[in-house]
Design a binder for this molecule. Structure first.
Ligand SMILES: [Fe+2]
Length: 304
């Protein structure tokens, strides 16, 4: 790397969890240890953390302390947005097609957002580093009745008044779409379309956020949540980067270009642009110890 170039890393869905919880997977912690060593070796200027830093921060706010400790241990400035497992999910007014979860009960609440803020930091932030603006927000609360959604609106409007930068990187948790920015509405009650609903923003949210991002000069939108990376996608002047998880893979067969390997994204800022690379984990843990179910178990399934 030349002397006038520098790096930032996008890591997401690290899902560290806690042995004090009703479920715990030591392999996820091992994988983070591997990722952290690889991040340190790359010596990035900063680390963007795309949410789901806990396994169940939405239920166990105590998990924020150990996730914070793990991120602080990098010794590199890091900036985080919440994920749905840290707080709660995208809002729905109805139960979806899967009977192993209670979708309405998973709706993100003010109390969950406050617990995240207490444990980790603000829900929105923006700063400039070496000529590049970095912003982050929990996009999926947009348009909900939550007070934090009103605060998000104020913040989105303020972004367009900030000083311009050579690039503007927006950190989100949910992708704005699963196929294209013109995705149709997804039906939570449709067994086939459930995951498309679960893994992306609704069209109204997408339109609103995209408009605000464009007004603010956003160039890159980084997301997590799916746990399946895709090579960067460009639509109408924006580059969308769906990030890999370091913990476990999901939805490996959703796209022909989907890459379910575990790892993280490395961006190199050069005088002529921002280059993208995927850094797969050098080693994936094969441990099988641990306990508890996956997904969003109902309360009666959350037992040790
Ligand atoms: Fe996740």
């Amino acid at each position: 790397m030349s002397r006038d170039s520098w790096r930032f890393v996008h890591v997401t869905d690290i899902h560290l969890g806690s042995p004090d919880s009703y479920r715990f997977t030591p392999a996820f912690v091992d994988n983070w240890t591997t990722a952290a060593a690889q991040i340190l070796a790359l010596a990035p200027d900063l680390v963007l953390v795309g949410g789901d830093i806990t396994r169940d921060g939405n239920l166990n706010p105590f998990e924020f302390a150990s996730s914070r400790e793990a991120l602080e241990a990098l010794g590199i400035p890091w900036h985080c947005v919440p994920g749905n497992m840290d707080t709660g999910n995208k809002h729905t007014d109805r139960q979806g097609a899967r009977d192993d979860r209670d979708d309405v009960a998973c709706n993100v609440t003010t109390a969950q957002l406050e617990a995240y803020c207490d444990g980790i930091g603000p829900l929105t932030w923006s700063f400039v580093h070496r000529g590049v603006r970095f912003s982050g927000c929990y996009e999926i609360i947009q348009g909900t009745p939550l007070p934090a959604a009103s605060e998000l609106e104020t913040w989105l409007a303020s972004l367009s008044t900030l000083s311009p930068a050579r690039a503007h990187v927006m950190l989100n948790h949910y992708p704005l779409f699963t196929d294209t920015p013109d995705d149709p509405p997804r039906d939570i009650t449709d067994a086939v379309g459930y995951l498309d609903w679960y893994f992306s923003a609704d069209p109204a949210q997408r339109r609103h956020l995209t408009q605000a991002y464009k007004a603010a000069g956003v160039t890159h939108v980084l997301s997590g949540h799916i746990h399946c990376r895709r090579p960067p996608l460009s639509f109408d002047g924006l580059t969308y980067c769906f990030g890999a998880s370091t913990a476990f893979a999901q939805w490996a067969d959703r796209w022909p270009d989907g890459d379910a390997r575990l790892g993280f994204q490395v961006f190199t800022v050069t005088p002529s642009g921002i280059d993208y690379a995927f850094e797969p984990l050098a080693q994936v843990s094969t441990r099988t110890d641990g306990w508890g179910p996956g997904g969003h178990p109902k309360p009666d399934a959350r037992r040790r």
